[in-house]
Design a protein around this ligand. Structure first.
Ligand code: MRU
Length: 376
């Protein structure tokens, strides 16, 4: 399929109804980066993504500081996975180490939400999930602590399950865009590891692969923390998808050589006008895609949209530790005291985005009005 054909498929993709189940069920157990173990006194287990692909090790978060630290140092990362983890964090915050069996638990929920909200600033799913837990807690006022903990754990499970369902729906809506016999480029990791399961950008590839489509995934390594190399390449290969890892600087070349007919990434926050914050480097890839006539699409659930901000200039951008550039993964590769600028995310203006693929359908062209029509 050529880039022109992908463009044509997109123009037919104004889908406003519930998606059809067009995928085959994968034989293996889905990859899930997080799991709650036990009841209200249980713990949240997370795959430590900083160790992948070398080692698959789970971290047990039994208290809030452990979870906060896991989010901050990207042991759990990716906008939806951060949101789901934070929802479980509210249950952790009412558990061990906070023993007040009274009806005075609501202020504690507020305190826990405020604390977790300080872990990372850009992915709106974090604040979306915490707001939802706050609203659930408000509805439980007057109930005992035990009743509140039961109900809040149930809510966190629902948030997790809804996230998984949204990812599957994104895959079903977007799979037609995957060029049969062609190439798809992605940046960072917007796969199962970044969500409850299945992913957003990678959901398109998983669904197309399950439907028997042949294509090659081109994976930007994604400097400086290598989410593409360490996580996306690992995930896609586990799924049996043909994968080629490239340095970030090779993206222009593979487009020029005609190897790529679609670019698809995830998002950390999408403003009301369709501007998209995603991993640093995404904006550059979008500009390259435009220069080469390749469609640039963004796959994200409705929980990643922030309709309270008019455009991307209002999205807070996380700044990272300069040593992630100067001495990444423990090896000094730059002068110890060189000044660095290391934003973790950039904003791609809506005008560069061919389509937004959500669990409710495909938004194209990307305008404030079409976003509102789809989501509100
Ligand atoms: O810093 P990270 O690894 O949390 O950044 C993740 C991304 O930028 C993803 O592309 C985004 O969160 C979408 S995940 C479905």
């Amino acid at each position: 399929m050529t880039a022109a054909l992908v463009h044509a498929a997109l123009s037919d993709a104004r889908i406003y109804t519930a998606p059809m189940n067009a995928t085959r069920t994968p034989a293996a157990e889905p990859l899930r980066p997080l799991r709650w173990i036990g009841g209200t006194d249980g713990c949240l287990e997370l795959i430590d993504q900083t160790l992948l692909p070398g080692e698959l090790r789970w971290i047990a978060c039994r208290d809030l500081p452990t979870l906060f630290d896991a989010i901050r140092r990207l042991a759990v990362r990716g906008a939806p996975a951060i949101g789901v983890s934070a929802a479980y964090g509210v249950v952790l915050g009412l558990g061990r180490g906070w023993e007040k069996p009274t009806r005075d638990w609501p202020p504690r929920v507020a305190e826990v939400c405020d604390y977790l909200a300080g872990s990372r600033p850009t992915a709106v799913n974090l604040f979306w999930a915490l707001d939802r837990m706050r609203r659930r807690a408000d509805a439980l006022r007057g109930h005992s602590l035990d009743e509140a903990r039961e109900a809040l754990l149930a809510e966190a499970h629902v948030i997790r399950d809804e996230d998984a369902a949204m990812c599957r729906a994104i895959g079903r809506f977007g799979m037609e865009l995957i060029p049969d016999g062609g190439g798809v480029l992605t940046h960072c990791n917007a796969g199962a590891l970044a969500t409850s399961e299945y992913g957003t950008a990678l959901a398109l590839m998983y669904a197309a692969h399950e439907a028997g489509r042949r294509f090659r995934a081109y994976v930007d390594e994604t400097r400086p923390l290598l989410q593409g190399a360490r996580l996306t390449a690992w995930e896609l290969m586990q799924a049996g998808i043909e994968t080629t890892l490239i340095c970030d600087s090779v993206a222009a070349q593979v487009m020029r050589e005609g190897r790529v007919q679609l670019v698809v990434t995830g998002a950390d926050r999408i403003a009301a006008n369709g501007d998209v914050a995603n991993k640093i480097g995404t904006y550059g890839v979008a500009v390259l895609a435009r220069a080469h006539g390749v469609p640039f699409c963004v796959a994200a659930p409705s929980s990643t949209f922030d309709l309270s901000i008019p455009d991307g200039s209002r999205i807070p951008i996380e700044q990272r530790d300069p040593d992630e550039i100067r001495a990444g993964f423990g090896r000094r590769t730059a002068p110890a005291d060189v000044a660095c600028y290391s934003p973790a995310f950039d904003v791609t203006p809506a005008e560069y985005i061919t389509a937004l693929i959500t669990e409710r359908g495909v938004i194209r062209p990307v305008t404030a009005e079409n976003i509102r029509r789809m989501l509100v």
